[in-house]
Design a protein around this ligand. Sequence first.
Ligand code: MRU
Length: 346
Amino acid sequence: MPEFDTIRAVRWSDGELHLLDQRRLPQTETWLRLDRCDTVARAITEMVVRGAPAIGVTAAYGAVLAARQRYAGSASGWREGFADDMRMLARARPTAVNLAWAVERMERAAAAVSGDPEPVLLAEAVRIHDEDIAANRAMGALGAACIEPGSGVLTHCNTGSLATGGYGTALGVIRSAWSAGRLSAVYADETRPWLQGARLTAWELVRDAIPVTLLVDGAAAWLMQQGRVQWVIVGSDRIAANGDVANKIGTYAAAVAARHHGVKFMVVAPSSTVDMDTASGADIPIEARAADEVLLAGGQRVAAAGAEAWNPAFDVTPAELVDVIVTERGVVERPDRARMAAMMGG
Ligand code: MRU
């Protein structure tokens, strides 16, 4: 189904990694070409590429570049430098477990290599990328089937093609549900401070000719009070073993408001986002970002001089506020430790 799937923000071409610079969307579509692992790690930290699955895919290609560079330096001793590079990649952002998951997968592939590691690692990176797109397609169908026809939905942050290998998680469900004629309206929080909703989600949906209405994050509870949405649909950066969900700051507030208003709350994420080694949300590292992201808007200072800012990039929604978690392995209703373990197969 080519419709609603025209964007790829992470591409491997001519032996280089090409990233659509998401800091500059929607004003300009600028592509960066990277051929070194350290610049890939920096691109992740600085949000050229963002969204948990997309940074996992990007890191996988970063591992290919690391292996090429280290092997060219020493065909017999490349593994030590490669291990350093993998540590650097894994540290680029702390909350999204897809990053560490992809790095570990690339390390396992590297451990099995003899000779030039690049072809083997490139094949593994492409597999990670393709699997993510396939998972998104599967989740799109599973999630859309949960939504009653005629529903309005609200989403937060950007969880689309830009945030993944392609198609999207929560936005993939919205794409599939729209395509199946189940949605009456799509609302998107603008998502302060990076405005992923206003800049990125709106850009993707407008390109797909799916009508989208933006609101400031603080309007979400009132939107629910007015009966305009029946589902809140979000992605995740890490789901703990008990079903607690880390996602973009503001997700927790949306979940609290949803429960108060009888609006259902769906989390859509591939199984690579589920971290069975993290017992609960309390154990998830939450990224703290620079105060200037809050104090400035569009490069201009908006806050009163002298004010300080608290800028957690993510929050944790407790499992009890989540109605369904959708992964490519299936739908978990009212998630808890036992149901998550059953879905993950152990
Ligand atoms: O800081 P970001 O833009 O990387 O945060 C992204 C999110 O919070 C997404 O909701 C999450 O990564 C899931 S993306 C499919």
